[in-house]
Write a protein that binds this ligand. Structure first.
Ligand SMILES: NC(=O)c1ccc[n+]([C@@H]2O[C@H](COP(=O)([O-])OP(=O)(O)OC[C@H]3O[C@@H](n4cnc5c(N)ncnc54)[C@H](O)[C@@H]3O)[C@@H](O)[C@H]2O)c1
Length: 308
């Protein structure tokens, strides 16, 4: 295969993303981790699944960044996940150190790659990667909105007992307690969800979406969600490699869009071969804009702490 994806951090999200990417035959995958043996073992195990799955994706694990050279996409999941009772923001300082270390090495070997950032707190980590890599903003994308809106879609499908395929939903804003689910732009087979679910029920679904990550952390106790987050990464990788021009909610560096300047926030973007090919601006109601501004302000606050 000619396309190459490096995934830094071979824990739950990283290894499962490798699984989806190889299973969809999107690219050869290089797994990296600081723990000796873990990426090697997972890379080899996944490689041995390929004859069964009849997929020609080569997967390998390493500690050596030289093996990541000339990757088309680098996904960064390195870092520490939440434990029960922790917020994503509690991870700021430790993951900032990890992100700074990783980005320098990634950029050295793959100066033309597209970066997909996953580590939390997501928007601040994407901003760290953007500032340290000095890449154009088109090539630094944060994964969060696809996951948050997938949670919203799953809950709507459960409530109405219909196929998840019928549901389109949008979540904007930062990946955190200030995310902004938009029921107004969420539809079931084209029908606005606001016409199918009474407001009180919808409000509860919105709140469950906001708390979607914490709900899973509470169940797992020793880590956070990874199947849905890694599937979201694979959707972004596919949109880029297949130049789909797919509109997806992602964290992007805003330069005046939505009235926000100089920070990463979740917005609808067009993903294609060049990365973020367009930021789609939609009209927000005054309440939605206020919630969006609050979200952007909390990202800026975090970025100020780590000075990015
Ligand atoms: N953006 C999102 O929506 C979203 C969703 C889920 C998880 N996350 C975040 O993604 C990150 C990873 O989550 P996980 O569940 O895979 O955690 P995990 O603990 O299972 O895996 C993280 C891996 O990173 C590795 N690592 C740490 N420092 C490293 C370094 N300097 N270089 C290379 N590898 C390093 C660790 O050894 C570990 O294997 C966490 O920060 C988590 O909060 C984000």
């Amino acid at each position: 295969m000619q396309t190459k994806v490096t995934i830094v951090g071979s824990g739950n999200v990283g290894a499962t993303a490798a699984h989806w990417i190889a299973a969809k035959e999107l690219a050869d995958v290089v797994l990296v981790d600081i723990i000796e043996g873990v990426p090697q073992g997972k890379g080899l195990d996944l490689l041995q699944a390929m004859p069964i799955e009849k997929r020609d994706a080569h997967t390998v694990g390493t500690q050596d960044y030289a093996q990541t050279a000339n990757s088309d996409i680098v996904v960064i999941t390195a870092g520490v996940p939440r434990k029960p009772g922790m917020s994503r923001d509690d991870l700021l300082n430790i993951n900032y150190k990890i992100m700074s270390d990783v980005v320098g090495k990634v950029v050295q070997y793959s100066p033309n790659c597209i970066l997909i950032i996953v580590s939390n707190p997501l928007d601040a980590m994407a901003q760290t990667a953007y500032k340290l890599s000095k890449f154009p903003r088109e090539r630094v994308i944060g994964m969060a909105g696809i996951l948050d809106s997938a949670r919203f879609r799953a809950f709507i499908a459960m409530e109405l007992n219909v196929s998840v395929e019928n549901i389109n939903a949008f979540v904007l804003g930062g990946h955190g307690d200030t995310m902004v689910p938009l029921p107004r732009y969420s539809t079931v087979a084209g029908i606005p969800v606001t016409e199918l679910i009474p407001k009180e029920k919808l409000d509860k679904i919105v709140q469950r979406t906001r708390d979607g990550g914490a709900e899973i952390v509470k169940y797992l106790k020793t880590g956070s969600a990874y199947y849905a987050p890694s599937a979201a990464v694979a959707e972004m990788v596919e949109a880029i490699f297949r130049d789909k021009k797919k509109i997806l909610p992602c964290a992007a560096y805003l330069q005046g869009e939505y009235g926000v300047n100089g920070c990463f926030v979740g917005v609808p973007v067009k993903l294609g071969a060049k990365g973020i090919e367009q930021i789609i601006e939609i009209k927000l109601t005054p309440e939605e804009q206020a919630a969006f501004n609050k979200s952007a302000a909390s990202v800026k606050e975090l970025c100020a702490v780590i000075n990015v």
